[in-house]
Design a protein around this ligand. Structure first.
Ligand code: GLA
Length: 394
């Protein structure tokens, strides 16, 4: 789980500069892209994300005091007590809320003896669908636990994280935490819920996934929160009105066509009907995508990515014009499939192509999409997402 400090000079240098000492540990917490299975984890349906090489790094050491003193290059210094009041919070959107949430999470499950000094560095773009907020929350919590000699396993961590996330943004499902914690290098991670189970599915070495930013962002703590929650509620309301116990039992007991027909039930609002259609079809696509991956069939996998995007755009309505245009540009440039990844409303797309084509497709995307926009930073906004290890599976 913990690497030596030489692996990330940046967080360690920041630590040394700020605290005038050497950190004891360095924690590297990957972001994730979701390959397929969008907006269905919170309905306890399987999803297929993967950890990526972009990460949040935390250099830290226990400080034998009840205070967490923390420094980030971009966001400044904060000090917080490990006994911080349950209801205390920083200004809306301030990163001290992550430190508070991590403290609350750790302290409500384990006895904390001391705080930490910590420096945080990141090459994971924020508000872009790559799970930077979950990575930060997980990283801060694990740093605090490590300094207190507490080493929970994957299942214990999965019991606390999805709920803990609501202190800082959306109450999502468990996909992000599972991917950040348990991904394996070279593989996608099939994540199932209730009961929780994860299975790495190897990605063929001649497939490449490009992460391409739409140059539009969606702050989890902002308006996106209510948009996200409304999609979740619409799906659950549809289920209730149709008298179904859960999406999973419905999918297991009825043919797809019969389920799709239920979306036309007049008791459902338009949004409920569209959400229902998205969820049942996306769940089927995850199953088919795992088969396509196992059969090493990139054309089938790419087709499923395109169908997922169309459903997120038309049924769930969580895309935006920049994401749609980027997906179109990728397809015109010769990609095998593309879709928005994460919650949507901005952020990244994930694009499947052959490794042999990745350079040409990047060049085409710059010409067709980025050249007409300002603020494009090639290193941050367009990169090959490498299937990377999670923080506890490393
Ligand atoms: C966010 C949430 C996840 C998931 C996705 C949409 O990233 O944190 O749990 O719901 O949106 O698939």
């Amino acid at each position: 789980m913990l690497t030596t400090k030489s692996a990330s000079p940046h967080a360690c240098e920041l630590f040394a500069r700020h605290f005038r000492a050497e950190p004891g540990w360095l924690l590297s917490v990957p972001g994730r892209v979701n390959l397929i299975g969008e907006h269905i984890d919170y309905h306890d349906l399987p999803v297929l994300p993967m950890g990526i090489q972009r990460s949040i790094q935390i250099a830290f050491r226990g400080n034998e005091t009840p205070i967490i003193r923390i420094e980030s290059e971009g966001y400044g210094s904060r000090s917080i007590s490990i006994h911080a009041d349950e209801n205390s919070s920083g200004p809306a959107g301030d990163w001290s809320n992550y430190v508070l949430a991590a403290t609350r999470l750790a302290a409500s499950h384990w006895p904390l003896r001391q705080g930490i000094d910590a420096a945080v560095a990141s090459d994971l773009p924020p508000a872009a669908g790559l799970s930077s907020s979950s990575a930060l929350l997980i990283g801060l919590t694990l740093a605090l636990l490590t300094a207190n000699s507490i080493t929970p396993d994957f299942d214990e961590l999965m019991n606390i994280f999805p709920d803990g996330e609501q202190f800082v943004g959306t109450r999502g499902g468990g996909m992000d935490h599972a991917a950040i914690l348990a991904s394996r290098a070279g593989s996608a991670l099939l994540v199932e819920f209730a009961p929780l189970a994860v299975r790495p599915v190897p990605i063929p070495s001649d497939w490449a996934f490009l992460a391409a930013h739409s140059l539009t962002t969606a702050e989890k703590s902002g308006a996106m929160r209510s948009q996200y929650n409304s999609r979740r509620e619409a799906g659950s309301a549809a289920l209730r009105k149709l008298g179904l116990a859960s999406f999973r039992s419905a999918l297991e007991s009825r043919p797809a066509a019969e389920l799709a027909a239920l979306a036309g039930n007049p008791s459902l609002s338009d949004a409920e009907s569209r959400s229902f259609l998205h969820v049942i079809a996306e769940a089927a696509r995850v199953r088919e995508a795992v088969t396509a991956l196992e059969n090493q069939d990139p054309v089938a996998f790419g087709g499923l990515l395109n169908a997922s995007h169309a459903s997120l755009r038309d049924h769930l309505q969580v895309s935006n014009p920049a994401l749609d245009e980027l997906v179109d540009c990728a397809m015109q440039a010769g990609a095998l499939g593309a879709r928005l990844t994460g919650a949507g409303f901005g952020g990244y797309t994930i694009i499947l192509c052959a490794v042999a084509d990745q350079q040409r497709i990047c060049t085409e995307l710059v010409k067709r999409f980025y050249a007409r926009r300002s603020g494009f930073n090639p290193e941050a906004h367009l990169f090959v997402a490498e299937p990377s290890a999670g923080v506890v599976s490393g």
